[in-house]
Design a protein around this ligand. Structure first.
Ligand code: M6R
Length: 605
């Protein structure tokens, strides 16, 4: 979603803002803009445009010497993609940028008579007009009395005309981090915007006013108390957030999966058994658990589905997987012994966060599987299991999915051991298999050229189907989502046995069907289902453990999945599905890192 950066310091701001915005491009956006104190005096200039950061760069001045400014990438919510709706918005003495949604903007226009100041269709400009109306010469006093009037989520970065060299910021829910460095002070939606300058940062606490000057940064709550920033440090560096020779982040991140899994599981497997001592998750967390609900969105939810199938089959414990945006508006069936696992790469997805907050009204047994250190979901859940995938920049989640699945396996095994539903022997067998996953993935990655070749047949398709049974069905959902989001081909996942209850009507000559048949106990059933679609003209790409299949009544292309225990083929098959999506996307001329309409971290409802 929208990206924010603010800088004031000893260097020229324009390049810092533009480079920071380029780093935030992955969040998804449709227009961009910057504002700065012209010649470091009391006049604020704005450059903004619908389009990309490079379009913005093209309309910026070469001789801009300002050392203080703010920059924004906008993902349209209120109002179309136009120059006027792009941020920053200036009303009177106030210029600001915003990430989030001001839900009561209509009421505010009426109540404070703001309509004459507005030239755009955005809720953000209403906020600028309200700050301006409330302005009494003191920025902090103005922010204190204006912020409580907003309903909704926001991260604001504000410049007041009469305060050159200073940037103010305040937030509710929408993420914002800041730091002070030798070069100056920074604020941004996330660390990638200023990682070139610092690996140290702090999360701006909600409803706390951040004042940035070139040499210092200070925080004050709405009651006027000073707040000490709590600095964190990331354990990855700039190269982790760069392409390192790969044409896109997505393919780089696909290749990073062996390392990401090793980093996630190694510290948590001791004597071949799951161990969460370093995560401060006590065994008591797994005791007396009446039921399990996994809550997440998108790919994270599909990782939850794998966890559900694994835990139910291995332990016989019922697991419910809830779509976060549905869960938060339904009646939760939870009690104090319910275990709730929220899964999120970013740790900032608003629906998942609000679902967690709701779940916490019923139970203290909440655990977050999160990738971004210090993110809101990680901070608000009772326990957190960090996945160590490193920064995931591509919109399409790849390495985050496999480390989430690996984490579900660790958690499932621990649960089984603590509740005596799994023998130590069986748990050791699972953990030893999990340790082999990075090598399994490396072996599958060698098939990249073959996958790239077969997608040539898919680039002109308008529909595709993914089918499988059991774990392969849960994986089909992830495969279909991946193909949809970056290739714009309509794709559906079906339980292989369910097709003939309606969907098989859509199978016609040449429609691609990606069939996954790696689960031994249902293998022959899936093969029969595949024959049914093949008989109706489908173009079948089959993933199975067979060394070779040449029977053209079964499939057109066969991809061998190196034989491993059924629970673990998913780690192999998903790599093939990710590569199918990636090469179909690039084959269609789409940039897989920045698919249309999508944002990396979904911070609005
Ligand atoms: O950051 P999160 O894991 O909470 O994000 C959840 C989904 O928005 C995310 O997985 C989305 O579905 C991806 N674009 C899928 O590739």
């Amino acid at each position: 979603m929208c990206g924010i950066i603010g800088f004031t310091g000893h260097k020229e701001a324009q390049d810092i803002l533009l480079d920071g915005l380029a780093k935030l491009e992955y969040r998804g956006y449709d227009s961009a803009g910057i504002a700065f104190f012209k010649d470091n005096g009391g006049h604020i200039s704005i450059r903004k445009t619908a389009g990309k950061v490079n379009d913005l760069r093209a309309i910026c001045d070469d001789d801009n010497t300002s050392t203080c400014g703010i920059g924004h990438t906008r993902w349209a919510t209120h109002g179309g993609v136009t120059n006027a709706n792009a941020h920053p918005h200036k009303v009177g003495k106030v210029t600001l940028i915003h990430n989030g949604i001001i839900e009561n903007y209509h009421e505010l226009i009426e109540k404070y008579n703001l309509s004459d100041s507005l030239v755009s269709e955005t809720d953000t400009e209403v906020a600028a007009a309200l700050f301006n109306k409330m302005f009494d010469g003191d920025p902090i006093a103005t922010i204190k009395k204006t912020v409580p009037l907003f309903k909704g989520s926001f991260a604001f970065c504000i410049m007041f005309k009469e305060n050159p060299g200073k940037v103010f910021a305040v937030r509710n829910v929408s993420p914002m981090v800041a730091t002070n460095t030798d070069a100056g002070s920074f604020v941004a939606s996330d660390l990638t915007a200023f990682i070139n300058f610092s690996k140290r940062y702090f999360i701006v606490p909600e409803y706390t006013i951040l004042t940035m000057e070139e040499d210092k940064i200070s925080l004050q709550d709405l009651e006027g108390n000073n707040v000490e920033p709590e600095y964190l440090e990331v354990n990855w560096d700039i190269s982790a957030a760069e392409k390192e020779g790969y044409p896109h982040y997505m393919i780089k991140e696909i290749h990073e999966q062996p390392r990401a899994i090793t980093r996630t599981i190694s510290p948590r497997i001791k004597d071949s058994l799951p161990n969460f001592e370093d995560d401060n998750i006590p065994d008591s967390f797994f005791e007396n658990c009446s039921d399990i609900t996994v809550i997440a969105c998108g790919t994270a939810m599909y990782a939850g589905n794998v966890g559900k199938t694994f835990i139910q089959n291995a332990l016989g414990v019922p697991v419910n997987v809830a779509i976060a945006s549905e869960f938060r508006y339904e009646r939760p069936v939870l009690n104090e012994n319910s275990m709730v696992i929220v899964v999120s790469q970013s740790g900032e997805t608003i629906d998942t966060l609000e679902a967690l907050r709701l779940a916490k009204k019923y139970t203290n047994k909440t655990l977050a599987v999160v990738n971004v250190k210090g993110s809101t979901i990680a901070r608000e859940s009772n326990y957190v299991l960090y996945t160590h995938a490193g920064p995931e920049i591509a919109v399409a989640s790849t390495k985050a999915y496999t480390v989430q699945v690996a984490s579900m396996y660790l958690l499932g095994c621990k649960l089984g051991l603590v509740t005596n539903k799994l023998s130590v022997e069986k748990a050791k067998e699972f953990m030893n298999n999990l340790k082999k996953v990075p090598d399994m993935i490396k072996a599958v990655l060698t098939q990249e050229d073959k996958v790239a070749e077969l997608t040539k047949r898919m680039t002109n398709s308008t529909n595709a189907f993914f089918i499988g049974r059991g774990l392969d069905y849960t994986l089909s959902m992830e495969g279909a989502l991946k193909l949809k989001e970056i290739s714009y081909i309509h794709a559906e996942a079906y339980a292989a046995g369910e097709l003939k209850h309606g969907t098989i009507a859509l199978i016609s000559e040449g429609v691609p069907v990606i069939a996954i048949a790696t689960q031994d106990h249902v293998y022959s059933k899936v093969i029969s289902n595949i024959r049914e679609v093949k008989a109706r003209g489908a173009y079948v790409i089959l993933l199975s453990k067979d060394e070779k299949i040449t029977d053209k009544t079964v499939c057109d292309v066969h991809i061998n999945i190196p034989p491993v225990a059924d629970e673990f083929t998913i780690f192999e098959s998903v790599i093939i599905l990710q590569m199918i999506a990636y090469y179909t996307s690039t084959g269609r001329g789409v940039n897989p890192d920045q698919p249309r309409n999508l944002a990396k971290s979904v911070t609005v409802e």
